[in-house]
Design a protein around this ligand. Structure first.
Ligand SMILES: NC(=O)c1ccc[n+]([C@@H]2O[C@H](COP(=O)([O-])OP(=O)(O)OC[C@H]3O[C@@H](n4cnc5c(N)ncnc54)[C@H](OP(=O)(O)O)[C@@H]3O)[C@@H](O)[C@H]2O)c1
Length: 266
């Protein structure tokens, strides 16, 4: 089967209008896929769709806030009866940039909803349809934060840990239905959202951060080889997800010292 026969004809990208999501759009357009682009800003969606249509992709856009329960309902309604064979859940960064007790609980609930409830809903709705067809794919974009808690990122780390375990569980089940599941674990990546976080906290642009186009190309290649791909790591990295409490404590403190405080606005 060609890529579009296995994962097409439609792909839905949650968080599609810039960075990694838009890079997926470009890569999928080149594979002949039709695209459902979901994110908040209609102006950014329109610009993305215009570019992707120039690459030959049929596109529809859905302006929805996926940190709210109604966001996934809107995305599912907009997809309608289209056969969606691939779902990429991309949006999920922490743009709150605060220590836990210093932000409103509503903000944390939104981040948790985007990384938990929205992913549950999209995987459940489109996974059922894929199971009917006996084929399809789910890519859940993740972060190295899924492997441990970090200073200033408690809700982010907790919700990304959910994504890791959810993806592993889905992989275990859905591979028996012909559906590939991959959680793509990213490190620092050049996206508008992360640039904004760095600018807010006065942090420098990191050296050697990942290019979203490389992330998308690698994820599509790795999709049949789930459940996890750690960007920039070989597959047998010992200690990346240590179970020892002493090691985990030491890692939390080490990361805090290495990365500095992204919650300090300049
Ligand atoms: N960049 C990094 O260094 C890095 C590192 C590790 C992991 N990751 C992971 O990679 C993914 C992408 O990260 P990112 O840096 O590009 O930032 P992001 O904010 O998660 O994603 C940006 C895209 O998602 C959309 N979006 C953001 N919030 C949304 C919401 N509430 N509802 C609907 N759409 C929303 C944005 O468009 P609108 O603003 O118009 O909605 C844009 O299209 C995330 O899951 C993040 O955790 C990133």
């Amino acid at each position: 089967m060609s890529f579009s026969e296995k994962y097409g004809p439609w792909a839905l990208i949650a968080g599609a209008s810039d960075g990694v999501g838009l890079a997926f759009g470009r890569a999928l357009a080149k594979e002949g896929m039709k695209l459902i682009l979901v994110s908040r800003s209609q102006a950014k969606l329109d610009a993305a769709a215009e570019e992707l249509r120039r690459l030959g992709a049929e596109c529809i856009t859905v302006s929805a806030d996926l940190s709210k329960p109604e966001g996934s309902t809107q995305a599912i309604a907009a997809a309608g009866s289209r056969e969606v064979g691939l779902v990429v859940t991309n949006c999920g960064a922490d743009s709150i940039n605060s220590q836990f007790l210093d932000a409103d609980i509503a903000d944390w609930e939104g981040l948790a909803a985007m990384n938990v409830t929205t992913k549950l809903r999209l995987a459940h709705h489109f996974g059922r349809a894929m199971r009917e067809c006996g084929k399809g794919g789910l890519i859940l974009i993740n972060s190295g934060a899924c492997y441990s808690g970090m200073f200033g990122l408690a809700t982010y780390c907790g919700s990304k840990g959910f994504v890791l375990n959810f993806a592993e569980g889905l992989w275990a089940e859905l591979r028996h239905n012909g559906i590939d599941v991959l959680t793509m674990v990213l490190g620092q990546t050049d996206t508008p959202s992360y640039r904004a976080t760095l600018a807010k906290s006065g942090q420098p642009i990191p050296e050697g951060w990942a290019d979203p186009e490389d992330i998308a190309a690698t994820a599509l290649r790795q999709l049949p080889h789930g459940p996890i791909y750690n960007w920039g790591q070989t597959n047998d990295v010992a200690g990346f997800a240590s179970g020892s409490p002493d090691d985990r404590r030491a890692k939390i403190v080490y990361i805090e010292q290495m990365t500095g405080d992204l919650t300090k606005r300049v």
